[in-house]
Design a protein around this ligand. Structure first.
Ligand code: RP5
Length: 164
C-alpha cells in the first residue's frame, strides 16, 4: 500500500445503519486526500473486536479515531478507553429521542478518558472529519493550507448566495 493509500483516520460505527450518515465523514476526509479505515464495530455486540481494533489502531498508523453510535452510544468511550489517539465521537440519531440519548452517552465521559463529541448526525459526521484534519494539520503545513483553502471557498460560496 502506498503512503497515500495508508489510512490515517479510523472511522468506526456501531451498525451498518450508521453508514448513510458516516459516509459524509469519509467523503470529507477524501476531499483532503486522507484515506479512512471504515469499520462496523459495536461496543455491545462485538466488544472484544472493538477493543482489539482500538488497541492496535496506533501500530496500524492511525492518527485519529472517529466513532459513531446511536442509542446507548458507548462506542467512542470504549475506543478512548483502549487508545491514547484522539477520539472524536459522533452521536447518531437512532430510533428515538432524535439522538439526544446518543449525544449524552457519547459526551458524558468520566474524568480521565476524553472523547471530543461533535453534533448529532450529518453535521457531526462532516465536522468530525474537519476536526481530524485540523488535528493532523498542526504538524503539516500542506494540510493546513488545504484547510484554509476549504474555509475560503466556503466563505465565498455563502457570500455569493442569492435569495428570491
Ligand atoms: C447502535 O444502535 C448503532 O450505532 C445504531 O446507531 C443503532 C441502531 O443499530 P441497528 O439496530 O440499526 O443495527 O448500536
Amino acid at each position: 500500500m502506498s503512503a497515500e493509500q495508508t489510512p490515517r483516520v479510523g472511522i468506526v460505527m456501531g451498525s451498518k445503519s450508521d453508514w448513510d450518515t458516516m459516509k459524509h465523514c469519509r467523503d470529507m476526509l477524501k476531499e483532503f486526500g486522507i484515506v479512512a479505515d471504515c469499520r462496523v464495530l459495536s461496543a455491545h455486540r462485538t466488544p472484544h473486536a472493538a477493543a482489539e481494533w482500538a488497541e492496535t489502531a496506533e501500530e496500524r498508523g492511525l492518527e485519529v479515531v472517529i466513532a459513531a453510535a446511536g442509542g446507548a452510544a458507548h462506542l467512542a468511550g470504549v475506543m478512548a478507553a483502549h487508545t491514547v489517539l484522539p477520539v472524536l465521537g459522533v452521536p447518531m440519531s437512532a430510533w428515538s429521542l432524535d439522538g439526544l440519548d446518543s449525544l449524552l452517552s457519547t459526551a458524558q465521559m468520566p474524568r480521565g478518558i476524553p472523547v471530543g463529541t461533535l453534533a448529532i448526525g450529518k453535521a457531526g459526521a462532516v465536522n468530525a472529519a474537519l476536526l481530524a484534519v485540523s488535528i493532523m494539520a498542526t504538524k503539516e503545513p500542506a494540510l493546513r493550507d488545504k484547510l484554509k483553502e476549504y474555509r475560503k471557498s466556503q466563505t465565498e460560496t455563502i457570500l455569493e448566495q442569492k435569495l428570491d
